[in-house]
Design a protein around this ligand. Structure first.
Ligand code: SF4
Ligand code: SF4
Length: 344
């Protein structure tokens, strides 16, 4: 195990030094109780205590809209040139739920056919996690899915020990950075303090919905026809907020834009949402999920059932963003509790 120490009053120097090497993004306050990952050049504006940002850090791996290629069909065989805009970026202060979200996307985009835009961008991102000592707010359900403790997915991971941070070094890139910054090695007293923080969290983080997580796959396996989907379907307005803010939603739409010369153009991809009525519409006028109840059901099956079957892990990170962003006040924890109650 490789742990180092950074005194709190040295954080500003750390961020400034890091910003001298690459672009640094961190959570900053945006109005009342809202936060966003944005570029910083010092520690001054960084929110060390924050509820999950409006958009998760997936925006650095898969931007809401990106150009994939330029094309030219002016001569015989069409020509295309791949396009990728990605610079070295450090994301500082990523909570354990969002680290889990990045791990989920890594699995999806590493599958064949591989998504090279995602994977090449990922290579340029340096991730610095930050441990939560308590719940962000009442909407989080990270303990339900085991994301309240760090489970990898970062280069460095910071835990607050009062007057200092203890830093877990998890990758070669992380090792090189702490060495170049000459950070002191952690002493045994620091390791004891870290154990104490982790132990203290056991009393704070509890199963938020009172349903054994191991039972969720079975509850979902039998849950297709439950009334709860119709109840939330009646309230949902299909705005797509819940999927846009979700750290593990990755569906996108593609569009070609043709220039006025009618010969050249470019292809873009844009985040899409399974909550939009047109999402599952196909040729011939059929729509596989015309009803909002079915679209809501699909959204949660894509978190608690299908990825478990395929990747052996839930794709809900417990961040609570979908609940915070829902204009119809549809609450994820209430939905899970209602589904579990119906399944009894
Ligand atoms: S479903 Fe909701 S709580 Fe779960 S990861 Fe997505 S936004 Fe977060
Ligand atoms: S945010 Fe709420 S209202 Fe909007 S699509 Fe999602 S569940 Fe429906």
């Amino acid at each position: 195990m490789n742990y180092h120490i950074l005194k709190k009053d040295e954080l500003d120097g750390f961020i400034k030094k890091l910003a001298g090497k690459m672009k640094v993004c961190a959570p900053v306050a945006k109005g009342h109780n809202n936060f966003a990952f944005e570029e910083v050049t010092s520690a001054g504006g960084i929110a060390l205590s924050y509820i999950p940002t409006i958009l998760p850090p997936k925006k650095y791996f898969m931007p809401p809209r990106e150009k994939l290629l330029d094309f030219d069909i002016s001569e015989g065989k069409p020509k295309d040139t791949a396009s990728l805009e990605a610079g070295e970026t450090a994301i500082f202060g990523v909570h354990t739920c969002d680290l889990a979200g990045i791990q989920c996307l890594n699995m999806v985009f590493s599958e064949r056919p591989r998504d090279y835009n995602y994977l090449l961008r990922k290579e340029k991102v340096f991730i610095i996690g930050l441990e939560c000592g308590g719940y962000c707010d009442e909407h989080a359900s990270c303990a339900l899915v085991g994301n309240h403790y760090p489970n990898g997915g970062y280069d460095l991971f910071f835990t607050d020990l009062g007057d200092r941070f203890i830093i877990h070094v998890n990758t070669q890139k992380g090792e090189e950075l702490v060495e170049s910054f000459c950070l002191a090695k952690a002493a045994s007293a620091d390791m004891i303090a870290l154990d104490k923080v982790r132990e203290g969290k056991k009393a704070v983080f509890k199963n938020e919905i009172g349903v054994e997580p191991g039972k969720l796959p079975e509850i979902f396996a039998k849950g297709m026809e439950k009334k709860v989907w119709h109840d939330i379907g009646e309230r949902c307005v299909s705005c797509g907020n819940c999927t846009n803010v979700c750290p593990t939603c990755y569906c996108f739409d593609m569009a070609d834009t043709i220039n006025l010369d009618m010969k050249t153009g470019f292809r873009t991809r844009t985040w899409d949402s399974c909550q939009f009525e047109t999402f599952a519409a196909v040729a011939g006028g059929e729509n596989f999920r015309e009803e909002r109840a079915h679209r809501q059901r699909h959204r949660l099956y894509r978190k608690f059932k299908y990825p478990l079957d395929k990747f052996y892990r839930a794709f809900c990170t417990g961040c609570g963003r979908c609940t915070r962003a829902c204009m119809a006040k549809i609450n994820l924890k209430d939905t899970l509790k209602a589904l579990a109650a119906e399944s009894k």
